[in-house]
Design a binder for this molecule. Structure first.
Ligand code: TXA
Ligand code: MG
Length: 315
């Protein structure tokens, strides 16, 4: 059910959950001051309780209310990338943030999203926690229709059109001495070097426990099994996820990520394509991953690898 900004603000103030657009993916929002609404988010998504949520704020200046320190580089990063698809994980002032939002961690994640509607909403409501607005483990939502497909047509959603990035924010974690990339996202790691004066290390898998608890779980996955390939085989799979400027066997239906020269277009289409496979009841698809291993392509490849990988738990 599409709702106005004023209705969304009213729902949130009364402890309800609504879906809102951001530039990355749609988010399932609850007020940071409403622990019972935050609990509803976990139930609605079927999200593991040990996977914390990102606190979305209207401006960087609000972060100091909740963070113990603003580490070196914080101001430069915030100035260059906020509002925008960057999340910063900092030591938290624990008694200012409900336990359930941080899943009991001593840190908290912050982001100023770049969407005019949601920035206005944040000014009306104050900080909102927001995971991606999808059922845990499933592809994220990049349109209001996607949200309704997951949570029902009566679920309240502010329709802000299709998301301009199409992939989640990049997460940078302050480890006490440097910033570390803890989730690949819409901003490529190289982009941080100028503001920080060094290239942040990328630590997304880790040998044991990942920095972001969410990285432990299955993500972004359609029901269809996905086979990622550099060269398309003659047989196997009813469908191919690939590019409009490449030729594939006419035996398989093409689910197009757009031009093989346009990573942003592929990012914008990715979750719609994965969701369409399910809507069409596709059982198995071949995915063309013959693209460069850099920039936004690298994030796309990581998302596809997670979508293709079978784990027992979901996020
Ligand atoms: O683009 C985005 O970031 C979207 C939009 C809605 O803002 N949100 C999003 O939220 O992707 P979610 O919940 O799907 O993913 C948040 C990730 C999870 O992997 C979680 O484990 C991690 O952020 N995270 C949250 N708080 C953390 C913390 N204190 N330390 C480490 N990781 C944290
Ligand atoms: Mg998510």
């Amino acid at each position: 059910m599409r709702i106005t900004l004023a209705e969304a603000a009213s729902h949130l103030k009364h402890g309800d959950v609504v879906a809102v657009p951001t530039e990355t993916v749609y988010g399932l929002a609850a007020s940071l001051n409403e622990p019972s609404a935050i609990q509803k988010i976990y139930s609605l998504k079927n999200r593991p309780a040990n996977n914390p949520l990102i606190i979305h704020v209207a401006s960087a200046s609000m972060v100091s209310e909740y963070a113990q320190v603003l580490p070196p580089g914080f101001t430069e990063l915030a100035q260059e990338f906020w509002p925008g698809p960057l999340t910063l994980v900092l030591p938290a002032i624990s008694n200012k943030i409900p336990y359930i939002a941080t899943a009991g961690l001593s840190t908290a994640a912050f982001r100023v999203p770049e969407h005019s509607l949601t920035l206005k909403l944040l000014e009306l409501t104050g900080p909102l926690v927001m995971p991606s607005a999808n059922l845990s483990g499933k592809p994220s939502a990049t349109t209001a229709e996607h949200v309704e497909n997951d949570f029902g047509v009566d679920f309240p959603v502010v329709d802000g059109g299709p998301c301009s990035c199409g992939l989640e924010s990049t997460i940078l974690f302050w480890n006490g001495s440097t910033w570390v990339v803890a989730r690949l996202g819409a901003i490529e790691p190289d982009a941080f070097a100028k503001g920080l004066g060094y290239m942040p290390e990328v630590s997304i898998k880790g040998s044991q426990v990942p920095i972001c608890p969410g990285q432990m779980y299955r993500h972004y996955a359609p029901k269809a099994s996905l086979g990622l390939v550099h060269t398309i085989p003659d047989d196997g799979g009813e469908a191919v996820v690939g590019f409009s400027d490449r030729r594939y066997s006419s035996k398989r239906k093409l689910y197009s990520l757009g031009s093989s020269q346009e990573p942003l277009e592929a990012a914008q289409r990715l979750y719609s394509v994965l969701r369409q496979l399910d809507l069409d009841g596709v059982g198995a698809a071949i995915v063309d991953i013959d693209f460069p291993e850099n920039g936004l392509w690298l994030t796309l490849k990581e998302r596809l690898e997670k979508a293709a990988h079978s784990c027992s738990s979901d996020s």
